[in-house]
Design a protein around this ligand. Structure first.
Ligand code: NDP
Length: 271
């Protein structure tokens, strides 16, 4: 029987995950069906349980349910436990395994696809929401020389720095506190690009040879990537690669097979 998977969120119509997983399944010869599931804002847990009871094998979880998914899981991977956010559920009988593949997806996109070695580099992570939480541990595991978190509401950046301190050295603050500092890798994990806005970054924040990475993706350069281009960043990337790589990591968790992400990225870019 064909195994069933889906991405669950609200809204969900825009999601590219069904297309990505259909390509992965075709490429690897896996017999699965992957759809999208719109959950009412107050009925996430019920929708998950109905999908599980109907024989579903796993779910990807997106906005705004990643923290609810973390609470619903009966077992968590260490990276999901720390992130307090789950983007992948795997059903094992009555049990629900929760994982977070966002950070692994980001690290793979930066190191394997973009050829940028993170070890020994100075990282600035902008934002302290769900996306930022999910990527801190995998980035720290690459052993950067310095890791700074900046957020519009600095208390949230301080909270994240405290939470992850046992796993590496972190500093935190608002954007003004970045004055005079340069970074090799600047990651925008805020939702500012969604509103065509830009966090108030100092213009000398990009070191020579630096990579500017916006987790947001779409047509053309985001305001952050435009700013990076005119202020000395050597390389620009949007979050499409992260999207495909986090999906590949979920696929691997479910099926034990790692798909080739490059043709899928090329296909999405051509749409
Ligand atoms: P959250 O709502 O959890 O967090 C939003 C963050 O953005 C907060 O830190 C908030 O600051 C900050 N922010 C919002 N607007 C502004 C602004 N105008 N100026 C400065 N800071 C701002 O969102 P998520 O963390 O879930 O998502 C963030 C982004 O990451 C989204 O664009 C999402 O699409 C993208 N994403 C991409 C993925 C991919 O695979 N490519 C995967 C996951 C997310 P404050 O705390 O002060 O409110």
């Amino acid at each position: 029987m064909t195994d069933r998977y889906a991405v669950i969120g609200n809204p969900i119509a825009h999601s590219k995950s069904p297309l990505i997983h259909a390509e992965f399944a075709r490429q690897t010869g896996q017999d699965l069906n992957y759809t999208s599931l719109l959950a009412p804002l107050d009925a996430f847990a019920r929708c998950v349980r109905e999908f599980q009871a109907a024989g579903g094998k796993g779910l990807n979880v997106t906005v705004p349910f990643k923290q609810e998914a973390w609470k619903l899981a009966t077992r968590l991977t260490p990276r999901a436990e720390l992130a307090q956010a789950v983007n992948t559920l795997k059903f094992e009988g009555e049990a629900i395994l929760g994982d977070n593949t966002d950070g692994a997806g980001l690290v793979r996109d930066i190191s394997a696809n973009l050829g940028f070695a993170i070890q020994g580099k100075r990282i600035l992570l902008m934002g302290a929401g769900g996306a930022a939480r999910g990527v801190i541990l995998p980035l720290l595991e690459q052993r950067p020389a310095l890791f700074a978190i900046a957020n519009r509401t600095p208390a949230r950046a301080h909270e994240l720095a405290r939470l992850f301190l046992p796993h590496g050295e972190l500093c935190s603050g608002d954007y003004a506190s970045l004055a005079g500092q340069h970074f090799d890798l600047v990651i925008n994990a805020t939702s500012s690009s969604l509103h065509d806005e830009l966090p108030p970054l100092p213009d000398k924040v990009f070191a020579s040879g630096s990579l500017a990475y916006d987790m947001m993706y779409g047509k053309g350069l985001t305001p952050f990537l435009q700013f990076a281009q005119t202020n000395g960043a050597a390389q620009l990337a949007d979050g499409l690669g992260m999207l495909v790589e986090q999906a590949a990591e979920s696929f691997f968790l479910w099926r034990g097979v790692r798909p080739d992400t490059r043709p899928v990225m090329a296909m999405l870019k051509s749409l």
